[in-house]
Design a binder for this molecule. Structure first.
Ligand code: GLP
Length: 259
């Protein structure tokens, strides 16, 4: 099962995951990172620059999870721009090596396959950062997504559009469609790190970690993966039945084990 780590706050989670990422980059300067957008991974990205001082990041590669279809590429909330602003620029990564699914309508028919090919050609993702939607989606794999799915176009649920309306002037501006790595794609990454903060995520986290494995809660796909770390604050952990066991396990974790 997933290792569940309950931390004091988002900043502590960011520090923990950032330390792991820095270790990976030091070990393999060509490492392939799986990047996520949304507000959840921000503490990780904020913790990285000071830790990466003096570390060669020029060869680090990355693949984002998803993008809105048909969004103006210049729109500040296109995931291409979010990744540039929150990851590429502050960390000093090479933009040529950091990929985001192509949401342009003119090429959308083969954009999913192109993305899968690029991930495979890079040798796959080493560590995949994940957030989780309030409806249990990971990437933009909404309820009902196949566990075998690859990168493809999906229709956003009304709830996800509502949740993401805060990044736009109004809900009408939130695109209806997205292109997202599939659950199958995500499960091929070698280490999944799912982060969640706040009471609003508690139910989705409990379903993903302890609920039945079901396409109705796409985050539950993590239960099929051999190496998963779930890093949550107390509020996001509040619906977990076995929270005490997770704390006990983490408190007694051998020093030689990494994240
Ligand atoms: C967004 C993204 C997901 C993200 C999730 C939660 O729509 N596509 O990758 O994990 O929804 O977002 P947030 O972290 O802002 O709560």
């Amino acid at each position: 099962m997933a290792e569940v780590i309950i931390v004091a706050d988002a900043k502590a989670a960011g520090a923990l995951v950032a330390d792991e990422i820095v270790g990976l980059i030091r070990h393999d300067p060509d490492v392939v990172l799986g990047l996520a957008t949304g507000s959840t991974p921000v503490p990780v990205y904020e913790a990285l620059p000071e830790r990466l001082r003096g570390v060669d990041v020029s060869r680090v590669r990355g693949f984002a999870l998803d993008e809105y279809v048909g969004i103006d590429p210049a729109h500040p909330e296109s995931y291409r721009n979010v990744i540039r602003r929150e990851v590429i620029e502050p960390l000093g990564l090479d933009p040529e090596r950091i990929h985001v699914p192509n949401g342009a309508i003119s090429t959308i028919e083969h954009a999913g396959e192109d993305y899968e090919r690029a991930i495979a050609a890079a040798g796959g993702v080493e560590l995949q950062i994940l957030g989780i939607g309030t409806d249990g989606h990971i990437g933009f794999n909404e309820p009902g997504s196949s566990f075998a799915s690859s990168t493809r176009v999906k229709t956003l649920t009304a709830q996800t559009r509502q949740d993401n309306a805060r990044f736009f002037d109004s809900i009408d501006q939130v695109p209806m469609h997205c292109i997202t790595q599939g659950l199958g794609t995500i499960l091929r990454a070698r280490h999944l790190v799912l982060l969640a903060f706040g009471e609003g995520k508690a139910e989705a986290v409990a379903g993903a970690v302890e609920g039945p494995v079901t396409a109705s809660l796409p985050g539950s796909a993590i239960q099929l993966h051999p190496r998963v770390s779930v890093v949550v604050d107390e509020a996001a952990a509040s619906r977990l039945q076995h929270a005490d066991y997770y704390r006990y396990t983490y408190d007694n974790k051998p020093a030689w084990q990494g994240l």
